[in-house]
Design a protein around this ligand. Sequence first.
Ligand SMILES: NC(=O)c1ccc[n+]([C@@H]2O[C@H](COP(=O)([O-])OP(=O)(O)OC[C@H]3O[C@@H](n4cnc5c(N)ncnc54)[C@H](OP(=O)(O)O)[C@@H]3O)[C@@H](O)[C@H]2O)c1
Length: 241
Amino acid sequence: MSLTGKYILITGAAVRVGRAMTLAMAQAGTNVIIHYGSSTEAAQKTQADAAALGVEAYTIQADLNNSEQVNALIDRTAEFGKLFALVNNAAIFDPIDLAETDLEAWERHLRINLTAPFVLSKAFAAHVGKDREGRIVNILDWRALRPGRDHLPYTISKAGLAALTQSTAIELAPNITVNGIAFGAILPPSDGGDPEKAIADIPAGRWADLDEVGDTLRFLLDGPAYITGEIVHLDGGRHLL
Ligand SMILES: NC(=O)c1ccc[n+]([C@@H]2O[C@H](COP(=O)([O-])OP(=O)(O)OC[C@H]3O[C@@H](n4cnc5c(N)ncnc54)[C@H](OP(=O)(O)O)[C@@H]3O)[C@@H](O)[C@H]2O)c1
């Protein structure tokens, strides 16, 4: 497989969907750099589980709400190896509407969910240069292209990330592709909610299988380099309604 022995940085890789993508990449033979914010123990567990699949696995901590730490992150990965891919997965997701969104919440969502991917994408492009191939995958949400009134600052940050995906796809061609995966119901939020209610409006009538997340990511990292600026919905058709 062409992903074997390459290095990938996944943000928010210690837990949940980020962990699933990390292990899917390790299974494909890719060396993984597991970024985390506060989940130190989980990051070490994901590192051990990835290493058990026979690849190099490293952890790297950075608060994506802190611009100095974001600015330094790509350079800090140089001690592990030359990056082939960056997955901007880390995000926050506060269930707040317009009335509940104060300036602090607005700016925090934009900093973590949009400014950090912007800074990391620029640094990644400089790190890859013009003579190597690279791939960026931004993790979106079906809500990014259908902004509603719920989760207001989150939705706007993901809409911005969709726009960033397309702008950087143009700017970083031809040697770096930039694509997005817009998730639907992948994993229920850890703070509760009714998992049955969450899938009521999904044509596929079910939650995603985590293998489907890994398969989609691998396709965008290992599939045709002629695909760029594309946003693949992995949402069982939710965005169509
Ligand atoms: N779960 C779903 O069904 C679903 C649906 C649609 C879209 N998505 C998107 O898929 C991605 C992963 O979703 P998820 O449910 O796995 O998210 P999650 O459980 O909320 O995990 C968020 C991740 O972001 C990291 N993070 C948050 N704030 C950070 C900060 N200030 N600095 C560093 N890292 C920070 C966390 O790292 P630490 O724990 O180490 O701090 C964690 O790994 C997100 O982009 C989300 O918007 C998910």
